[in-house]
Write a protein that binds this ligand. Sequence first.
Ligand SMILES: Nc1nc2c(c(=O)[nH]1)N[C@H]1C(S)=C(S)[C@@H](COP(=O)(O)OP(=O)(O)OC[C@H]3O[C@@H](n4cnc5c(=O)[nH]c(N)nc54)[C@H](O)[C@@H]3O)O[C@H]1N2
Ligand SMILES: Nc1nc2c(c(=O)[nH]1)N[C@H]1C(S)=C(S)[C@@H](COP(=O)(O)OP(=O)(O)OC[C@H]3O[C@@H](n4cnc5c(=O)[nH]c(N)nc54)[C@H](O)[C@@H]3O)O[C@H]1N2
Ligand code: SF4
Ligand SMILES: [Mo]
Length: 732
Amino acid sequence: MHTPGAAPADTASSDTAPSDGAASDAVTATHCPYCALQCGMNLRPEPGGAGVVVEERADFPVNRGALCGKGRSAPAVLSSRVRLTEPLVRTHAGRLEPATWEEALDAVAEGLARTRRTHGADAVGVFGGGGLTNEKAYALGKFARVALRTSQIDYNGRFCMSSAAAAHQRAFGLDRGLPFPLEDIPRTGCVILVGSNPAETMPPALRFFRELRENGGTLIVVDPRRTRTAEQADLHLAPRPGTDLALALGLLHLVVAGGHTDEEFIAGRTSGWEEARAGAMAHWPELVERITGVPVPKLREAVRMFCAPESAMVLTARGPEQQSKGTDTVGAWINLCLATGRAGRPLSGYGCLTGQGNGQGGREHGQKADQLPGYRKLTDPAARAHVAEVWGIDPDDLPGPGRSAYELLDALGSDVKALLLMGSNPVVSAPRAAHVEERIRSLDFLAVADVVLSETAALADVVLPVTQWAEETGTTTNLEGRVLLRRRALTPPPGVRTDLEVLHGLASRLGMPKAFPTAPEEVFDELRRASAGGPADYSGISYARIEAEQGVFWPCPADPPPGETSPGESHPGKADPGETHPGTPRLFLDRFATEDGRARFVPVAHRDAAEMPDAEYPLLLTTGRVVAQYQSGAQTRRVDELNEAAPGPFVELHPRLAARIGAVDGAPLAVTSRRGRAVAPARITDTIRADTVFMPFHWPGEGRANTLTNPALDPVSRMPEFKVCAVRVEPA
Ligand SMILES: Nc1nc2c(c(=O)[nH]1)N[C@H]1C(S)=C(S)[C@@H](COP(=O)(O)OP(=O)(O)OC[C@H]3O[C@@H](n4cnc5c(=O)[nH]c(N)nc54)[C@H](O)[C@@H]3O)O[C@H]1N2
Ligand SMILES: Nc1nc2c(c(=O)[nH]1)N[C@H]1C(S)=C(S)[C@@H](COP(=O)(O)OP(=O)(O)OC[C@H]3O[C@@H](n4cnc5c(=O)[nH]c(N)nc54)[C@H](O)[C@@H]3O)O[C@H]1N2
Ligand code: SF4
Ligand SMILES: [Mo]
């Protein structure tokens, strides 16, 4: 059945054709496969071997050569010892067995088409990932809407920064994680870093905060744990998980009471202040201390540090965002920025530190349930008409918005009976994971494209082995909104194909051989056209420009038609026709992206987490990351040096709590929530609040943190409450 090394028969113009110099010993400048920092790195062919070695790439301004251990060791996952190198199809006996690409693609096309014939188009679901390149994310969204005609597509970015994205839209009319480049951080006066732990999650970015302090600026960290990031702060506030909304309102209360508001800015550039002000005034410092556990003098100190300098920033990450009130919580921090005039001005503003390699671009090009490319709304008739024209279809044939990620996973086996999954491992990473796993197992048909046999791929009917970052070309958009190019640096093993080739192969079998090209640059050029005129406009960005300029910040429209004013400033790269717009490193300096150009205050009030501690479940569980593992661990758990550094799950708890329940450092602890029970060794440390325990979520099995987490959703963003649930803890 298996034909090793068989050439892909139905891939006409392939990114993997061994023709673009990959065999030479030239160094390829590219970017890390993992997080949203997208550190620059050089790849050099391994002397005498088939692989590549990572070398420093000092010219890329974000990391200036620095890499964390995950980036340095990324080539280990390219090894055929740990990856998939041939398609797998489940046999009648229930085993996954090697198959040819023809057999595997036939089986997937048939599985999806059969479900559509029997149960309708919306019975077929698609689940994507924020690690996919822009080209893949675009092609996947188009594949769902055009080839499958389903509305049921969403992706793991919903679990990531969706609350910050929703709050951005509400307040500023546009969502780009950071409205300024990271290099602005050292020059501002004060940064409040809320629920973000870059010491573990983006180590090379710590430099910006260190330089901030060297320049006389101050750093405030808000985290229930005294993390390695918090240790570097001038002030650490350690609220109870799930209380950031009250904390931000309390700070705004003190800003008003202390006369620190910027009335001119409020009058000239915002709307809705009176209502937001009233909301903050109801949150007295003493009340906020009671809710958050942060003493009033510390609240006052934070306000003093934030308001004293000319400029200041608030940056959030998953701590305050992954809550059932994440959108309002981020809104409250934005209100603090607006009231003090710390937005829409140089060196000031609110930003979200996005997470995945293409966490930013992945949310702009149409794999989100309610979106079309260019960050357009699927419900907007003009957007539908524009994109339908690029896709060569009737706008009426475009489906409407589908379900959000958790709701989609929850519907598997009932409304949604077949699923195509590309770039996520929900068996480990989704909330209430035992339930999600059971839903996945109940599917009629599951196809997974992955580079390794992840815990989710292991449940599939067909597994499609795909190429990895160093083996393919494509763009990502980092957390600054900087569009970057990863260039293919080596020839992939013969048995794998690119995700674009997978979609092309499936679309061909579904009767659309032409609509899904396999050459990344061709897909990018189509994406440019589809995004033209949208909020995330990429039409003025080309591969050549990205390479010449260390990335290009969107929005970057193509040249205006003759007669309209053209942007005065020109960019340093090649000024090809259509590419003279300089890109937009800094947003909102003249106006916000709302209709009237004003930023909107949103009135918010504190509310409890969906689940509060009680007699049965008296403690709070929060979850997060360690430096040496990435996400569900599908990739990093296959790297020896990373496993040595972070071999398995653990439960972090305070010595006082440990003494009370009789926990011993290193001995197994059982953590139980209303969803299930997990067991992992105790790690006793005084860096965590005594009412809270912490677990990283990188591992499957007994120590899987997501067995415990609460899928309560934010009403606006549909973000699950990964960061707060009630648990009981006892020695196992
Ligand atoms: N090593 C590593 N790096 C990564 C990743 C990885 O998996 N591993 N993933 C990447 C991705 S996709 C993402 S999204 C980013 C995430 O990056 P971060 O947001 O920095 O990571 P987390 O550890 O999820 O959460 C940050 C902090 O939030 C704190 N926290 C928990 N609950 C609360 C709360 O209620 N309020 C507040 N204020 N803080 C709270 C936690 O203690 C934790 O220290 O990292 C990226 N980088
Ligand atoms: N408890 C708890 N749970 C969480 C979080 C938390 O803080 N706490 N954080 C949430 C967040 S922020 C995120 S982003 C999610 C992430 O969780 P997941 O969505 O599970 O992310 P990954 O583990 O990165 O999974 C990516 C999968 O795609 C594969 N892959 C990588 N690149 C490609 C590619 O180019 N093509 C294809 N086809 N496959 C590829 C990888 O091998 C891997 O199996 O987890 C969420 N879950
Ligand atoms: S910080 Fe992020 S992008 Fe940089 S090397 Fe580490 S994982 Fe890669
Ligand atoms: Mo994320």
